[in-house]
Write a new protein. Structure first.
Length: 237
């Protein structure tokens, strides 16, 4: 009887530990896979900061996230899934500014400074060029290019080898970034660190980034490079 009770307790404890590990891993994966947008909101005519302006991030007309600028006009919106968004900034008594095609990449910060004009102006609609991530060096590969890569096996490593700063000893072989040893390169797919096979069909990829400097602290001590891949979701098909 006592032995059976001890077995039940041990099983319960193990189940609780497994739930805790799964919850922590899922949360960490979501955090790593996301990106963010930050910047300032200023008055178009004077360049002065607009405190407490509202900044809204939208995807296909639906609000995804929002933030209110501080007293210095600075705002920051975190935990955004990689993708292309429309950002709208509003301030009382002024016309809104709408910025289309704002790109957010996994593990990076998109810098986006916004100017808002007076009521005399029509709403400002801007389609910005690709905004460079803050303090993070690297390159992004267009998924359309990846789909056309002739590969014997659909391997993430072969896609990364398209970039000039990435060296691959042979097709399917190890990667060397910035001259660092092969162990210094890490691969993350949808926020999960890849250990073992990194096969992934090109048609499944939504974003492909190779970071070579200024790598965010949550990835640990990466002395070589970091390959971040996000796969297509419902809205990407």
């Amino acid at each position: 009887m006592v032995h059976t009770q001890l077995q039940h307790r041990a099983a319960r404890t193990l189940l609780q530990l497994l739930i805790m590990v799964f919850t922590f891993s899922s949360t960490a994966a979501l955090a790593v896979a996301s990106g963010e947008i930050k910047g300032t909101v200023n008055e178009k005519e004077t360049g002065e900061a607009l405190p407490f302006a509202t900044v809204t991030v939208m995807n296909n007309g639906a609000q995804v996230a929002a933030s209110v600028a501080d007293e210095n006009g600075r705002y920051r919106i975190k935990a955004l899934d990689p993708g292309t968004y429309t950002v709208e900034a509003r301030y009382v008594g002024k016309m809104p500014t709408i910025m289309k095609g704002v790109q957010v990449n996994a593990g990076t910060v998109t810098m986006l400074n916004i100017e808002i004009g007076n009521m005399a102006f029509a709403p400002i609609v801007i389609t910005p060029s690709m905004v460079r991530p803050d303090e993070t060096a690297g390159e992004h590969i267009d998924p359309k290019v990846i789909e056309r890569v002739p590969t014997r096996t659909p391997d993430v490593k072969q896609y990364a080898a398209l970039l000039p700063q990435v060296y691959q000893s042979e097709p399917g072989g190890d990667l060397y970034i910035r001259g660092a040893r092969k162990e210094a390169t890490q691969i993350y797919i949808d926020g999960v660190k890849v250990i073992g096979s990194s096969n992934l069909p090109g048609g499944c990829i939504n974003q492909f980034s190779v970071l070579t400097g200024g790598i965010p602290a949550e990835y640990g001590d990466v002395s070589g490079g970091l390959i971040l891949v996000t796969t297509k979701g419902y809205f990407n098909h």
